[in-house]
Design a protein around this ligand. Sequence first.
Ligand SMILES: Nc1nc2c(ncn2[C@@H]2O[C@H](COP(=O)(O)OP(=O)(O)O)[C@@H](O)[C@H]2O)c(=O)[nH]1
Ligand SMILES: [Mg+2]
Length: 439
Amino acid sequence: MNAGDTIVAAATPFGYSGVAVIRLSGPGVSRLLEQTTGRTSYKNRVATLSDLLSKTGETIDRSLVTFFASPRSYTGEDLAEISTHGNPSIVNEVLSLLIGLGARQADPGEFTYRAFINGKMDLVQAEAVASLVGSKSKENTRIQQKIISGDLSILLNRIRSELLDLLSALEHQMDISEEDLDLEYINQLEKRVHRIQNDVDSLLGTFKMGQLFNSGVSLVLSGPPNVGKSSLFNLIANDDRAIVSDQPGTTRDVIDLEILLSGVPVRIYDTAGIRGAENSVEKEGVYRAIQKRQSADIVLSVYDSPNAIPQHAERDENIIYILNKTDTHKANVGNGVIHISCKDGSGINTLLIKIKEKIGVEKISTDLTYLSTKRQFSALTDCSRFLGAAATLCLNRASDLEIISYELREAAGSLDVLLGKTTAEDIINNIFNNLCVGK
Ligand SMILES: Nc1nc2c(ncn2[C@@H]2O[C@H](COP(=O)(O)OP(=O)(O)O)[C@@H](O)[C@H]2O)c(=O)[nH]1
Ligand SMILES: [Mg+2]
């Protein structure tokens, strides 16, 4: 990616729609607008009706052009949004025209990359742009919007400036300190380091939930043949996707579908009934079913006979044991086994509540800020570790303040990596490449 030239891309998907938006950013925006519309100037941030003209002067489309003068634009550069009619051939013609006049087709995420380079957002906010574009629920959309508007960055910058204050006070202390260690000073230092570490750790504690919203969870239906796994799959998914039959061994391939539970994307998998199969196709199905079960976040282990349910079922953390077909038998199985009937629908609500409980969705509040990428989690984990090491040195009355200062500088360095102040180029490129073209 190279900030400096003028980039162009369609910001909306190619297809037939009411409107399509083409974005232009860079120093050549005014010139390109003049060459394509004949207008010599555009009022800042005002949508202006303009005919887009081909090189031979024919009207390609009547469009709406909005010019955003630098630095008050998404990228911080001069930027224009051209809204045309939503037709791929119009969009392609306009793009070719602009590229013919010197604009360059933008790389994926390059508009956001320029916003980052020009200090319009930090790396945490840029990651939230990617998460927002890919968000599947309104809850996650809210969380990511809050991060884009700076909620998480404010918290991180606050922690960073406390740490920098501490470091400069420590440098001062090193300048003035005599040979003897000032015990009172080191006690105070330990307390302050500890307080900062607590703030970092409480942010780290939000990662599991943040990831839940961003990446979702997998739910695998598993059990012997003919117990009603496919029936339950269809009921939960509210879709007749899986074939239900009284023939054991009907389901072979793994079937999956995504639903939202309290805003968390849940991918449900229906699998073949596990038994010693004769037929090679069914054998493969059973093999796949076992694989899927092993990689599941949560397993719904379905049975249709109370005797088949393992003893101490409640001890398995990620398994929910289910007794189906309770319309045909009244069994009395305790131990947290959920009784359901796919035929009359009884127990399904209780099961859904249990699933939400296992996922942990009921604890989520969209008012909080959540870490949502592994990169954020790993940088903050490093930060917490360095702070922990500094606190331990204080507790052990380390007489060399220089080594405490080293750990604190490393902790501040982890925050700089997190915010993108000192992040390796390949990591930065990877973040922006994951965004779509035109974003
Ligand atoms: N009576 C009764 N029959 C059920 C129930 N759930 C499923 N069945 C029947 O059990 C058979 C096997 O169902 P299916 O969903 O294909 O089971 P799978 O092999 O585990 O996927 C079918 O004939 C279903 O109609 C239930 O709750 N009550
Ligand atoms: Mg089935």
